[in-house]
Design a protein around this ligand. Structure first.
Ligand SMILES: [Zn+2]
Length: 188
């Protein structure tokens, strides 16, 4: 165990193969409610069989190891729709994702701050947060998020347009104006 303030070199520096990186710590989580409402018919349905998926989470910084979540969940069967659906896991990760929301949010923030081609963000995630994400995966997240952000900006813009024509300043623009004033005062 290193003493406080002691410099400890990154033991993984120079490793080029993913297989050579330290093994992940495994944490188990489960979603095992006996009955769940069907997302289509809302009928309460019994569980049918267990499934599992692995999610890469932000790493353990004390042991310097990555952290994986083994998520055991139930698949339910709806006898009205004659179809299967999974227990709700959206609090942990998006559907079909191999990474948790925490990893995705941090990766996108680092990528936006460090900029393309995202190799720097990928290295930053490993060095400081012990999660390995290929830079192409980060690029996909940023591009998907960029489309959503564009839609959000467009929606905000439409919402802020002065529809009743009374000449009131729209709130989004006046907020932005006061923010930039505050910033220019502080930065002087
Ligand atoms: Zn159903």
């Amino acid at each position: 165990m290193p003493r406080p303030g002691e410099y400890v070199a990154d033991g993984t520096e120079g490793i080029t193969r993913v297989e050579d990186l330290p093994k992940a710590k495994l944490v188990e989580r489960s979603r095992n409610r006996r009955r769940r409402p069907c997302p289509q018919s809302d009928r309460s349905c019994y569980r049918h069989r267990t499934m599992q998926r692995t999610l890469h989470d932000l790493g353990d910084l004390v042991s310097q190891r990555p952290r994986d979540i083994r998520l055991i969940y139930w698949q339910h069967y709806c006898c009205k729709c004659k179809s299967y659906f999974n227990a709700d896991m959206l609090d942990l990760a998006p559907p079909k994702s191999h990474y948790t929301h925490g990893v995705i949010a941090l990766a996108v923030r680092l990528a936006v701050e460090d900029g393309p081609p995202y190799r720097a963000a990928s290295w930053h995630l490993w060095r400081d947060h012990r999660v390995f994400v290929p830079y192409a995966t980060i690029q996909n997240w940023v591009e998907a998020g960029g489309k959503k952000a564009e839609q959000r900006v467009a929606a905000e813009y439409l919402a802020a347009v002065d529809l009743d024509g009374d000449g009131d300043q729209d709130p989004a623009v006046s907020n932005r104006g006061s923010n930039s004033d505050a910033y220019s005062v502080e930065s002087r």
